[in-house]
Design a protein around this ligand. Structure first.
Ligand code: SF4
Ligand code: MG
Length: 316
């Protein structure tokens, strides 16, 4: 069966003028099956949010393609583009900035319903109540304003807004990073429950592997605009291949003190290079503990080195 989303060689370069090109997203390749959760992980500035925004076409791609249900998202226009917009929705990182403070919660949630003409009057009101209920809020909240809610509640409102038009794919851009640690798990559980109830597919973006572990079926790790490793969650945690993934995983504390620590903490040297001036060859080579002479000479190809396990590293 064809994946719901196919990202082939996706590229988003920003021309900053004066000969400066920011290669925010460079040659991404991955797919997401219907009902699957794909976690996209990397440090801030690695291009993961830009990737999400380019996939949903908030940004136009500068190369490659995004296929949704086999259709190229970046060549749609007119009625077809409008229709496509119903199927993919975004949940943003900052639940404070992403909700209009002057709109009632009911009107915020109903925005998509209004844009797509999916109901008015009583039907619209019922739909809003049902959505508030689905995200663990209630219908009285519809007449209130965003500032009256906590961060976790606001993110629930953002999720209800995304769900309003029955999308098939939700791109969640660091949806729990801005929340108190105490409510992060609740919001992750809400995502999981909604997925089960509604058959949703997720692209779940996060800056660390601990956050995506419990929700992702497969994970992609990004560094300086490129994917360096993609595989299933279990495989990634048990058998990380890329030195960058190994260092990210080594930073996650093992919660049970009775379990003997099997991963040696790997501390990376140096800062992430500027994406405006990436190193030659492998983008990770300036910080890689395993770098070899050939790593400076040529860029390792992103390839399948074990069944379903892709990485870009000269060690494999
Ligand atoms: Fe490290 Fe070389 Fe692999 Fe890059 S290609 S991750 S520098 S070993
Ligand atoms: Mg971001």
């Amino acid at each position: 069966k064809r994946p719901l989303l196919e990202v082939n060689g996706l590229q988003k370069h920003f021309n900053l003028g004066g000969g400066k090109i920011l290669k925010a997203v460079d040659n991404l390749n991955f797919s997401i099956a219907e009902g699957e959760t794909f976690g996209l992980v990397g440090e801030s500035g690695c291009g993961k949010s830009t990737a999400g925004r380019t996939i949903i076409r908030l940004y136009e791609a500068t190369g490659g393609e995004v296929l949704f249900g086999g259709e190229n998202v970046h060549t749609l226009s007119g009625r077809k583009l409008h229709e496509f917009r119903r199927h993919m929705q975004m949940v943003f990182q900052d639940p404070y900035a992403s909700l209009n403070p002057r709109m009632t919660v009911g009107n915020i949630i109903a925005e998509g319903i209004d844009i797509h003409g999916l109901g008015s009057g009583r039907k619209r009101k019922e739909r809003v109540s049902e959505l508030l209920d689905a995200v663990g809020l209630n219908e009285e909240h519809a007449t209130r304003f965003p500032h009256e809610f906590s961060g976790g509640q606001r993110q629930r409102i953002g999720i209800a807004r995304a769900l309003a038009i029955d999308p098939r794919l939700i791109i969640a851009d660091e949806p729990i990073s801005a929340l108190d640690v105490s409510v992060q798990a609740q919001v992750v559980n809400l995502f999981k429950r909604l997925q089960k109830e509604r058959g949703l597919t997720y692209l779940f973006i996060a800056h660390d592997l601990a956050m995506v572990k419990h929700i992702s079926d497969r994970i992609g790790v990004m560094y300086l605009g490129k994917l360096v490793e993609v595989t299933t969650s279990e495989e990634l945690y048990a058998n990380p291949l890329h030195p960058y993934t190994q260092s990210l995983l080594s930073a996650i504390p093992i919660p049970d003190p009775n379990v003997e620590r099997t991963r040696e903490r790997i501390i990376l040297e140096g800062e992430i290079p500027s994406p405006l001036n990436p190193p030659s060859g492998c983008p990770f080579r300036t910080r890689c503990p395993k770098a070899m002479p050939e790593c400076a000479a040529s860029m390792p190809a992103f390839k399948e080195v074990q069944p379903g396990h892709f990485t870009a590293c000269h060690l494999y």
